[in-house]
Design a protein around this ligand. Sequence first.
Ligand SMILES: *Cc1c(COP(=O)(O)O)cnc(C)c1O
Length: 226
Amino acid sequence: MSDELPISKKRDLILERMAEAAKRAERSDSQVLVAVSKVQPDDRIAQMLAAGQTVFGENRVQEAQKRWGESFAENRKEIELRLIGPLQTNKAEDAIRLFDVIETLDREKLAKAFIKAADKVGRMPRLLVQVNTGEEEQKAGISPKELAGFLTRLKRNYDITPEGLMCIPPVGEAASPHFWLLKKLADEHGLKTISMGMSGDFETAIEMGATHVRIGSALFGDRDYN
Ligand SMILES: *Cc1c(COP(=O)(O)O)cnc(C)c1O
């Protein structure tokens, strides 16, 4: 038996830890728990829904379509669904149909595909820009020094105004400098939503200004990729 606590209890404990972190930082706003449901089995998703969780994050369009368009289609209306994984341009239309928020806008080509799809589908999700705070070669996201120009072009060329920023700090590095940088960039550009912090570092993220934390394994239990 690997998993001791029921999912509702795990969720309560995470919410408590979030509240305590906010208190330490003397924050009076509240932060949103995004339950990262990727790869999790249906019974855990059902328990999370039963616990009252309404905000979910998914990394892959096809997996999310299956989960929230088929298995849990009847719950779709009551939840807010957020795409937190990198997106290929050829999946833009599917993403525009499915998600309420897309957190991973990071290039003009994608913005262009969003506009085209939104025209066709008749809806446009809220958008965040992913920032590659560690300037990692292989990682998605716009580099911090290109952010200002990117935001300008989004507005000018596509009339897109993102509501915030998201980042995934490099593995094996202290996360706090990355959280600090994302918060600074968001403030500089007057962006209110800051998506940062995962299972291992969400309290630090909240202390440093996160409005949304994305938590998977600490909430659902480990992901089984087999
Ligand atoms: C998987 C994932 C998470 C959640 O990770 P955990 O460590 O399981 O909490 C958060 N954000 C993104 C972008 C992810 O891909």
